[in-house]
Design a protein around this ligand. Structure first.
Ligand SMILES: [Zn+2]
Length: 293
C-alpha cells in the first residue's frame, strides 16, 4: 500500500498548525509501518475513526449553525418588533392627520359663528345708523365680515375634502389596522416556538457531540479540537466536492482522491491541512477500493 505524504510544511504558514500536522504525520507513519504487515488491520481501525471524525464534524457544524441561530435570536426579535412598530407608526400618523383636520375644522366653524355674531351686530348698526358716517362704517364692517366668513367657509371645504381622503385611506387599511395586533402576537408566538425547537435541537446535538467525542482516541480528539478552533469556520474535517477541498477549494491530485476514497488512511489537504473525506455510496466505494489496490 502506497501512501502519499502531503507537503504541508511548504504550504502552511500557521505555526499553530504544526503540532496538529506533526501528529497527523506520525499517524501516517505508524499506519505506514504497521500497514506493510497488517494492511487489513489498518482498514479496520482507520475507517471507524474517520467515520467518527466525519460524524463529529457534521454534528459540530450543525451545533455552530444552531448556536448562531440562538445568539442572533434577540436581534431578529428586535427587527420583527421594529417592523410592526413601523406599521403601527404609519397608521398612527394617518389617524393623527385625521384628528388634526377635525380639530382645525372645528376651530374654523367656531370662527364662522363668531363672525356671524359680528355681522348681525353690524346689520343692527346699519339699521339704526343716525348719520352718513355711522352708515358707512356699518357697511364697511358688513363687507369685511362677510368676506372673512366666506374665507373661513372655503377653508372648511378644503378641510372636509382632506378629511375625506384621510378617511378613505383609513378605510382601505382597516383590515390591516384591525389585524395588526393579532398578527404581531401570532408572529412572536411562532418565533418563540421556533426558537424553542432550535434550543432543544442544540441540546440534543451537544449531547450527541459529547458521546461521539468520547469514543475518539485522545490524541485524534485533541488534533480535531485544535484544528476546529484555529479555523474561522470551525471545520477540521472537510468534504471533497468535485475533486476539491470544500474548505479551501484546492483541487486534489487524482491519486490523492483515490486515497481519500479508500478511507484506509487519514489524508489531509495539502493546502489547509484539514482532514479530507469523500461522500460516496457504500457499494461503489468497495469495488473502487478493490480495483485500486
Ligand atoms: Zn483544503
Amino acid at each position: 500500500m502506497r501512501m502519499i505524504l502531503p507537503s504541508i510544511f511548504g504550504f502552511s504558514r500557521n505555526f499553530e498548525a504544526y503540532p496538529a500536522i506533526r501528529f497527523v504525520l506520525r499517524l501516517f507513519r505508524i499506519k505506514l509501518n504497521i500497514g506493510s504487515f497488517f494492511s487489513q488491520e489498518i482498514f479496520n481501525t482507520v475507517r471507524p475513526e474517520l467515520e467518527k471524525l466525519i460524524d463529529l464534524q457534521k454534528t459540530d457544524t450543525n451545533i455552530r449553525r444552531l448556536k448562531n441561530s440562538v445568539d442572533t435570536a434577540e436581534q431578529r426579535r428586535a427587527e420583527i418588533e421594529q417592523e410592526f412598530e413601523q406599521h403601527a407608526f404609519s397608521i398612527r400618523e394617518i389617524q393623527n392627520r385625521r384628528d388634526t383636520l377635525t380639530a382645525e375644522r372645528g376651530e374654523l366653524e367656531q370662527s364662522v359663528s363668531e363672525y356671524k355674531t359680528y355681522l348681525e351686530r353690524a346689520d343692527r348698526n346699519l339699521k339704526h345708523s343716525q348719520n352718513q358716517k355711522e352708515y358707512e362704517t356699518a357697511m364697511r364692517e358688513i363687507d369685511s365680515f362677510q368676506r372673512q366668513i366666506a374665507t373661513f367657509e372655503n377653508q372648511i371645504v378644503e378641510k372636509m375634502t382632506a378629511s375625506e381622503a384621510v378617511e378613505k385611506e383609513l378605510t382601505d387599511r382597516a383590515e390591516e389596522i384591525d389585524s395588526l395586533d393579532a398578527k404581531r402576537e401570532e408572529t412572536f408566538a411562532s418565533f418563540d416556538a421556533e426558537l424553542k425547537t432550535i434550543k432543544k435541537e442544540l441540546n440534543a446535538e451537544t449531547a450527541k457531540r459529547g458521546k461521539v467525542f468520547e469514543t475518539l482516541p485522545a490524541q485524534l480528539a485533541s488534533v480535531y479540537n485544535r484544528m476546529a478552533q484555529r479555523s474561522r469556520d470551525g471545520i477540521a474535517v472537510a468534504e471533497v466536492i468535485n475533486g476539491s477541498c470544500s474548505a479551501c477549494y484546492m483541487a486534489l491530485r487524482p491519486q490523492m482522491q483515490v486515497q481519500v476514497k479508500r478511507m484506509d488512511s487519514i489524508v489531509t489537504c495539502e493546502s489547509c491541512t484539514r482532514i479530507l473525506y469523500i461522500n460516496q455510496p457504500e457499494p461503489e466505494q468497495k469495488t473502487e477500493a478493490t480495483s485500486a489496490s
